[in-house]
Structure formats: structure tokens, C-alpha cells
Ligand binder design. Structure first.
Ligand code: COA
Length: 160
């Protein structure tokens, strides 16, 4: 049984993340979405909210589980008996950061491996921060966020 972990902040989950999740879920027996809890980014949503949103938007995928984690990713990978970590690559600018993370993780745990999926073209520019910026000023979120997530983001910014 092949188990993969897709880790991230998901503050909030975007259509870009969902694209990676749907594609990765087809490649493995079980995909565990790991929601980072000890976040220095001062998140808009609590870890519980982020986990619940992810569960809602992945309810159509039988082999996907969602769980919060804190501490090192390599420890979460070990606890879950996962074989591999999945990350999305949007542009060349992601590459250096991802290379650094993958190599740090591999130095700490030599069995650690990362598989990178190239984000679909229509989401190549998307990030949670960009979407929050659009939301803050009342922009249209339909092309960026899953339908279930839109009212929750609007609520945070008191948008009708
Ligand atoms: N579509 C849309 N957006 C995407 C995306 C995609 N396919 N892939 C990444 N992003 C965006 C996110 O929305 C986020 O945007 P933001 O910065 O504007 O909020 C940004 O890219 C990066 O976020 P994310 O992919 O969630 O990664 P992260 O940097 O928040 O977290 C972890 C990465 C969780 C894997 C990493 O921090 C980690 O492993 N932490 C645990 C501690 C640890 O082990 N450290 C040692 C590793 S070096």
C-alpha cells in the first residue's frame, strides 16, 4: 500500500491545491493531507478550520484523509508510515525553496523522498496570500477557491 503525504498551510485551500490533491490521489493508495499547525505565518484560519475545510472539499475522494501536524515533517511522515511526500511546483520561483526543504528533509532522514507535481497552468499564479488580498478588497473568488470555502473567507473579512 503506497501512502503519500501532501503537507502545507492551506490558509485557505485553493483550487490550485485541490488540483494537486485530485491528481496525487490517483497515484497512491492513500493520500494524507498534512495541515501545518505551528504556523509562523499568523494564519487567517485556525488549524481546525483548515482541516475541516479540506475535509469538506475532498469528501468526493475516498482515499484522502486530512490531519493537522506540528513539528517536523519527517516525524509526521514516519508516524503515518508514509512512503513519499507530494509538493506542487507552480513556477521556477518555487524551485529553490522546495529544493532546500527536500534536501534538508533528506539530510535528516535519508529515506525521505519528495515527488513534485507541476501545477496546472490555470493555477500557476495562485497562492493563498493572493487570494486573501483579492478577498479583502471584495474581488470575485470563484476562479480561485472551492465553492464551499468562499463564504468562510468572506466571513473573515465581513463581506456580504
Ligand atoms: N496551488 C496554489 N497555491 C499553492 C500551491 C498550489 N499548487 N502550492 C503552494 N501554494 C502556495 C500556498 O498557498 C502558500 O501561499 P502563501 O505563502 O501565499 O500563503 C505558498 O504556496 C506556500 O505554502 P505551502 O505550500 O502551504 O507551504 P508552506 O511553506 O506553508 O509549508 C511545509 C510547507 C508545511 C511543507 C513546511 O513548512 C514544513 O514541512 N514544515 C514543518 C517543519 C519542518 O519539517 N521543517 C523542516 C523542513 S525544511
Amino acid at each position: 500500500m503506497k501512502i503519500a503525504i501532501y503537507p502545507g498551510s492551506f490558509d485557505p485551500v485553493t483550487l490550485g491545491h485541490l488540483d494537486i490533491i485530485e491528481r496525487a490521489a490517483k497515484m497512491v493508495d492513500k493520500l494524507i493531507i498534512g495541515v501545518l499547525n505551528n504556523n509562523t505565518k499568523n494564519p487567517l484560519f485556525s488549524a481546525d478550520d483548515r482541516v475541516n475545510m479540506l475535509k469538506e472539499v475532498t469528501s468526493h475522494l475516498d482515499n484522502v484523509e486530512v490531519e493537522a501536524f506540528s513539528g517536523l515533517l519527517i516525524d509526521f511522515v514516519k508516524r503515518k508510515n508514509a512512503d513519499v511526500v507530494i509538493r506542487g511546483l507552480r513556477a521556477i520561483t518555487d524551485f529553490e525553496y522546495e529544493l532546500q526543504m527536500a534536501q534538508t528533509n533528506r539530510t535528516m532522514e535519508p529515506t525521505f523522498d519528495t515527488i513534485f507535481l507541476i501545477t496546472s497552468l490555470q493555477y500557476a499564479y495562485l497562492s493563498s496570500s493572493t487570494v486573501k488580498e483579492v478577498a479583502k478588497f471584495g474581488g470575485d473568488l470563484n476562479k480561485f477557491l472551492p465553492q464551499q470555502v468562499i463564504p468562510k473567507v468572506k466571513d473573515k473579512y465581513n463581506i456580504k
